[in-house]
Design a protein around this ligand. Structure first.
Ligand SMILES: [Zn+2]
Ligand SMILES: [Zn+2]
Length: 356
């Protein structure tokens, strides 16, 4: 079975839904077992045509097939690296599409797969603004977000409270309808309930039967100490509501941290500019350096040049991964006096002579 579903129906890969339908009708008639009594080949072909149409007539399945096809090539690949011949043509199609031969031949049991598949709700991303200080010490932030959630009036069923979805009278809850043609029946998703097996007779007045509504919700989010600008915090199951019983998506909160007047963050280290007088830089001395937990006294070594970085261990930002903190890096900024008094001028002139 080295042909794609498109090949089976004799259509191009980009064929429209209409073209696929037409091709299917034509081939189904041609290979129908009624007109090919006892012809095993025709019966096989009929099954293949049925499977192909099953996969390509449903836009979700078709998308899945197109993806699958591009990963593994068209149809069945040759023997794999281990010499095992895996026939994707049969194996995966059955798995993905849940081919319903039980329905086609004998109109038998409905498999769960005839029903619409559960779909996980989408993830939603939102931002939370934090002061630089809060990013270091952690915070509890209120995050408002607008979401599609289950309707508060019907709880997501889409049916008016006090009523319930009823078994679809068209398909008797099977989700598929069969068109009887002699010995065989062609099955298709039920047009009345769209495969659900149930229909809503009295739609919910709030959501008009969709079972969903847009709502503004506010979540309380714990911000860990040490978050950076752009840190993502994932709140499991707080995103958009799933469909057909699928799980909710997640809410992803992205931190937006304001700049600090004092510090520049580099990884978990904080850089701070420290003004140092020329004599202190030349002779050595002590200066006060701000850190998030208060000023510390820092020893300036004699002969420090402008721009030199001095490390104060463990006073930086808390590490998000692991424990402990980064460092504070004090950047020496040598101050040149704008004005000098008489005494200073004399001293500087003497120094200048000595240097010269
Ligand atoms: Zn509702
Ligand atoms: Zn139905």
């Amino acid at each position: 079975m080295a042909e794609s579903l498109y090949d089976t129906l004799g259509v191009k890969k980009g064929a429209s839904a209409d073209e696929i339908k037409k091709a299917y009708r034509k081939l189904a008639r041609q290979f129908h077992p009624d007109t090919n009594q006892g012809d095993k080949g025709a019966e096989e072909r009929f099954k293949q045509v049925q499977t192909a149409y099953d996969g390509l007539s449903d836009s979700e399945k078709r998308k899945a097939y197109d993806r699958f096809g591009s990963t593994n090539g068209r149809g069945a690949p040759g023997p794999g690296p281990g010499g095992v011949n895996v026939d994707f043509g049969d194996f995966d199609l059955g798995d993905i599409f849940g081919a319903r031969f039980g329905d086609i031949f004998g109109g038998g049991a409905t498999r769960g797969r005839a029903r619409p598949q559960p779909v996980r709700g989408s993830d939603v991303e939102t931002e939370v603004r934090l002061s630089f200080e809060d990013s270091l010490r952690g915070a509890e932030a209120k995050v408002p977000v607008e979401l599609t959630v289950a309707c508060s009036q019907c709880g997501g069923t889409g049916a008016e409270p006090g009523t319930a979805p009823v078994i679809c009278p068209e398909c008797n809850g099977r989700g598929v309808v069969s068109e009887s043609q002699g010995l065989f029946a062609l099955s298709q998703p039920c047009p009345r309930c769209r495969g659900n097996g149930t229909v809503i007779e009295q739609p919910c007045s709030k959501c008009h039967g969709s079972g969903r509504e847009r709502r503004r919700r506010t979540f309380s989010v714990k911000i860990k100490p040490g978050v950076k600008d752009g840190t993502k915090i994932r709140l499991k199951g707080k995103g958009e509501v799933g469909q057909n019983g699928g799980p909710n998506g997640d809410l992803i909160v992205v931190t937006r941290v304001a700049n600090s007047d004092t510090y520049e963050r580099r990884g978990d280290d904080l850089i701070v500019e420290v003004p140092v007088s020329f004599p202190t830089a030349a002779l050595g001395g002590k200066v006060e350096v701000p850190t998030p937990e208060g000023a510390v006294s820092l020893k300036i070594p004699a002969g420090s040049e402008d721009g030199k970085l001095l490390r104060i261990k463990g006073r930086g930002a808390p590490r998000l991964k692991g424990s402990g903190k980064g460092d504070v890096l004090a950047r020496v900024r040598i101050q040149v006096p704008k004005r000098v008094n008489k005494k200073e001028r004399e001293l500087l002139e003497e120094l200048q002579k000595g240097v010269g």
